[in-house]
Write a protein that binds this ligand. Structure first.
Ligand code: UD1
Ligand code: CA
Length: 452
């Protein structure tokens, strides 16, 4: 019996129409390279092996693939002679693979794991399973699927199709699933006698049919199979991704009063009964627990917001910001690589970086952790139930003990023991009548000048 599934991801193409120095699959969608989206869908199947076929920009593409999964194997396709030729490059790496192989395209990022599962299930009914979709754009230059009932007879590229074939609404997504050994046998038979002089992966359907093998189509929505060839298509995919992410968040019990203004990343998680207000942007790596509120115009990335916390409006949470339960982070506050413990408040105009803030501590408006000396980053540690006066500069490395206070406007350069008050500012001087005399003098000067 056959074993598990392995995945081949084609990512060698030039991407000429992106008009870019960057390889196409490294352009970003929802905060991650296109390649990672395909790899994520593949990874959800728990594949035995994943092989990425690289070509244009090989070292960078390989590096990006490894960043997603250190175990991934990469193979270089020196010349882009077509999709069949590309899959064949993975043949040696999968020579001893016993089981099915799914071929995905690195530039087709929105295919869902559920759809891939349906394809694997359909393998019980056919030797080759092709993912197809009905296009709403009859002039779209996709390959067309020629079917008889449930059976797929062949796939004809747009370039090679006559008018009647081009009129078929059912298109080839490019995603294919077949038993590995059988797939590579067929691929070796593919020729390049066609309009593009390329070795077409879709030709395995017709070659297979001649050998008595059967092919079938699994259908999905066109939005899932959007292939990216241009910036406009990248934007269309982003729109489709965001629509899906917003709908998913709402299904998961998240309120989005203005859903079309909220931007999600590929891995954003927001818990039940949280509210995400208008114009919130999530970068990669954000988790928000249930019952939290993210107020308008906040920007979050690489951070964790616990149950019941509130963030913003106009807050910025950068990588390593960890807010415990019921923390309040208010307007124009930036937090980076800092743990803010339960019930602490950082409500206005502060920068808290490389720091720890204890439970229930209040950070006054305008407080800054001076964490960077131009070369090194230093930590600030603040205990629980502390009170940091407004406009305190905490010059790290420095600590403020449990229950301690700092006076407003202090520049704190030395550790403050628990329960102490640190005052680190010049003493106030009051000069009686000074202002009155000062302005009298200036006004007299002005009058003398205009009179002259
Ligand atoms: C391909 C399909 C077409 C389908 C369409 C869906 C073929 C011949 N045609 O056309 O039926 O409707 O996708 O989007 O397969 N690649 C390589 N090496 C190569 C050639 C391509 O790695 O030598 C990669 C590309 O980087 C890309 C993918 O394969 O990720 C698809 O190649 P592309 O040239 O975009 O194929 P299409 O013409 O769009
Ligand atoms: Ca394409």
């Amino acid at each position: 019996m056959s074993g598990g599934v392995s995945v081949v991801i084609l990512a060698a193409g030039q991407g000429t129409r992106m008009n870019s120095d960057r390889p196409k699959v490294l352009h970003e969608l929802a905060g991650a390279p296109l390649l990672h989206h395909a790899m994520r869908s593949a990874a959800a199947l728990g594949p035995e092996r994943m092989v990425v076929v690289t070509g244009v920009g090989s070292p960078d593409v390989e590096k990006a693939a490894r960043a997603f999964d250190a175990e991934v194997q990469a193979v270089h396709q020196a010349e882009q002679q077509g999709t069949a030729h590309a899959v064949l490059q993975a043949q040696d790496l999968l020579a001893d693979h016993d089981g099915d192989v799914i071929v995905l395209y690195g530039d087709t990022p929105l295919v869902t794991p559920e759809t891939l599962e349906r394809m694997l299930e359909a393998r019980a009914t056919a030797d080759i399973v092709v993912l197809g979709f009905e296009t709403a754009t009859p002039e779209a230059r996709y390959g067309r699927l020629v079917t008889t009932g449930d059976r797929l007879d062949r796939i004809v590229e747009w370039k090679d199709a006559d008018a009647a074939t081009r009129a078929i609404p059912l298109c080839n997504s490019g995603v294919v699933c077949a038993e590995g050994t059988f797939l590579f046998d067929l691929l070796r038979e593919v020729g390049n006698d066609n309009a593009a002089r390329e070795y077409y992966l879709p030709d395995i359907v017709e070659i297979g049919a001649k050998r008595g093998m059967t092919s079938t189509v699994v259908r999905c929505d066109e939005s899932e199979t959007l292939g990216i060839n241009s910036r406009a298509e990248l934007m269309a995919a982003e729109t489709a991704f965001q629509a899906r992410a917003r709908a998913e968040a709402q299904d998961n019990g998240v309120s989005l009063p203005a859903p079309e203004t909220v931007v999600f990343a590929y891995d954003t998680f927001v818990g039940r009964d949280s509210i995400v207000d208008p114009y919130v942007v999530f970068g990669p790596g954000v988790t928000v627990e249930s019952g939290a509120r993210i107020r308008a115009f906040s920007h979050l990335e690489g951070c964790h917001v616990s149950r019941g916390a509130t963030v913003g409006p106009f807050a910025r949470l950068r990588p390593g910001a960890e807010l415990a339960e019921d923390v309040h982070v208010g307007n124009f506050v930036e937090i980076k690589a800092a743990q803010i413990a339960e019930g602490a408040k950082v409500n206005h105009l502060s920068y808290i970086g490389d720091a720890e803030v204890g439970e229930r501590t209040n950070i006054g408006a305008g407080t800054i952790t001076c964490n960077y000396d131009g070369v090194f980053k230093h930590r600030t540690v603040i205990g629980r139930d502390a009170f940091i006066g407004s406009d305190t500069m905490l010059v790290a490395p420095v600590s403020v003990g449990d229950g301690a206070m700092t006076a407003t406007g202090s520049v704190v350069t030395e550790d403050v023991p628990a329960g102490a008050l640190a005052v680190a500012r010049a003493r106030q001087v009051v000069k009686t009548g000074f202002a009155t005399k000062f302005f009298q003098k200036l006004r007299a000067l002005k009058a003398a000048k205009s009179g002259a």
